[in-house]
Write a protein that binds this ligand. Structure first.
Ligand code: NAD
Length: 470
């Protein structure tokens, strides 16, 4: 694998590129495939194709657009095993998790295809009758990261297309291949030019953000890149949806049932090897139960099987790329130097792959990098507190505001506290769970706008008020 070459998708055709770049298998650190690298001229051609296709697609009845999206879901499902194998190889996650990601993407396509842009009517009994329609924006540029390449591509592309926009997608250069295959599959069910796929990194991404032919950028990735896109997009006042970094705090109150909450906290911290935007990244635990919960989580971390995605025994894959591996290793070293005590993991065992063990660190606090920065990897810092007010203040002392949670046997009290967290989503006795019908987005520097559900769909359209004389 892979036995077929990969192509860009421009105006419904598979297109070769003059140059290519290597895609690394994170389990070995070695290149396993070559990906075509799009030129700026090819980006221009993709945008021109999307612009040309826009009017026809926008005029296609929404029910017909939805039908085509459902057909795409069927076609992806038919190839899900091959897609999952490719996703596992380029992203690093175990095959079963890759299949789960594709299953999630199918679920999202089907739920999103059932949404419809509403038409509102205002009639005061006199004066004009007013209808508020939603018009598609034009060409949407989608820029995706490497942690959930398939799921996030679907989150961007499907509502954009349903709302009547055409799309140019650019995946992360770390994980471009499954997205190119998805685009190829989808193109069999869409008019030429409605969906285009290009590749590359900062140069192509920032050319998309500056491109006068692109009306909106939907971006999932880091906060610094989000800022750059905002700056670049100002050229033509691009609409933006930015889903950025998080440093989610979970606060466990003294009355929480340690045995009941531990497995849920564990999976919300270590799923996808911690490479989840809304994973638990800082765990504040009341001092009465701190040691008991830390011991329970340590047991689970020690039992977790980290290994190559291709090994059916693996539950957790490597970090996705060398840069992330080096960064997570540096955070671990810094935590140790600051007096942090690793109860599990803490150091990579060597070898060529980007494997880092599931790690629990205690005796760290705010002011150390592992607490203040987003680790995006499998290290959970546990921070002791004795006053819930203080825990809330520390949780809020962050430029991020993606998610947060409070854990307690008193659900009403936990909900009251949770609502004081400055973030886009708060959970009680849970964390990280998302659904296609519930809006999700960041407060503060974790993002702008939301995805999912009717509110998410609204981000791909512009209100048009039509005033009709009575
Ligand atoms: P990144 O910002 O480095 O890259 C993301 C994408 O942006 C890639 O496709 C990259 O090629 C492109 N890019 C880089 N520079 C660009 C520029 N100047 N202009 C336009 N595009 C550019 O992020 P990453 O390292 O791939 O992903 C990890 C980060 O993403 C983490 O911070 C994580 O929290 C965040 N993330 C957020 C969410 C969310 O929903 N909030 C989801 C997943 C990941």
């Amino acid at each position: 694998m892979p036995d077929q070459p990969f192509h860009l998708l421009i105006n419904g055709r598979a297109v070769e590129a003059a140059t290519s770049f290597g895609v690394i298998d994170p389990a070995t650190g070695s290149q396993f495939a070559a990906c075509p690298l799009a030129s700026i001229e090819q980006l221009d051609a993709a945008v021109a194709a999307a612009r040309a296709a826009f009017a026809g697609w926008a005029a296609t009845p929404v029910d017909d657009r939805a039908e085509r999206l459902l057909a795409i879901a069927g076609a992806i499902e038919a190839e899900q095993n091959d897609l999952a194998a490719l996703l596992s190889r380029e992203q690093g996650k175990p095959f079963k998790s890759a299949l789960g990601e594709i299953g999630g993407a199918l679920y999202w396509i089907r739920a999103t295809a059932a949404l419809r842009p509403p038409v509102e009517r205002i009639d005061k009994g006199e004066g004009p009758v007013v209808k508020i329609h939603r018009r598609p924006l034009g060409v949407v540029g989608s820029i995706t990261p490497w942690n959930f390449p398939v799921m996030i591509a679907i989150w961007h592309v499907i509502p954009a297309l349903l709302a009547g926009n055409s799309v140019v997608i650019k995946p992360s250069p770390n994980t471009p291949l499954t997205t190119l295959r998805l685009a190829e599959i989808a193109s069999g069910h869409l008019p030429a030019g409605v969906l285009n796929a290009v590749t590359g990194d900062v140069e192509i991404g920032s050319a998309m953000a500056r491109h006068p032919g692109i009306d909106k950028i939907v971006f999932t990735g880091s906060t610094p890149t989000g800022r750059a896109i905002m700056r670049d997009g100002a050229a033509n006042l691009k609409r933006l949806t930015l889903e950025l970094g998080g440093n989610d705090a979970a606060i466990v109150l003294a009355d929480a049932d340690v045995d009941a909450v531990a497995p849920r906290i564990f999976s919300a911290a270590f799923g996808n090897s911690g490479q989840i935007c809304a994973a638990i990244k800082r765990l504040y635990v009341h001092e009465d139960i701190h040691d008991a919960l830390a011991a329970k989580l340590t047991e689970m971390a020690a039992a977790g099987v980290v290994g190559p995605g291709s090994d059916p025994a693996s539950q957790y894959g490597p970090l996705q790329n060398r840069r992330q591996f080096d960064y997570v290793s540096a955070l671990a070293d810094d935590a140790r130097a600051a007096g942090g005590r690793f109860l599990a993991g803490g150091e990579a065992s060597g070898g060529d792959g980007y494997f880092f063990p599931l790690s629990i660190v205690v005796d760290v606090s705010d002011g150390t990098r592992i607490v203040d920065e987003e680790q995006f990897g499998p290290i959970l810092p546990i921070i002791r507190f004795d006053d819930a007010e203080d825990a809330i203040a520390r949780a809020n002392a962050s430029e991020n505001g993606l998610g947060g949670s409070v854990w307690s046997s008193d659900v009403a009290q936990a909900a009251r506290l949770a609502q004081r967290l400055e973030c886009g989503t708060v959970w009680v006795n849970d964390h990280s769970t998302i659904s296609p019908d519930i809006p999700f987005g960041g407060a503060k520097q974790s993002g702008i706008g939301v995805e999912f559900g009717q509110h998410g769909l609204d981000e791909y359209s512009q209100l048009q008020t039509v005033r009709i004389p009575r």
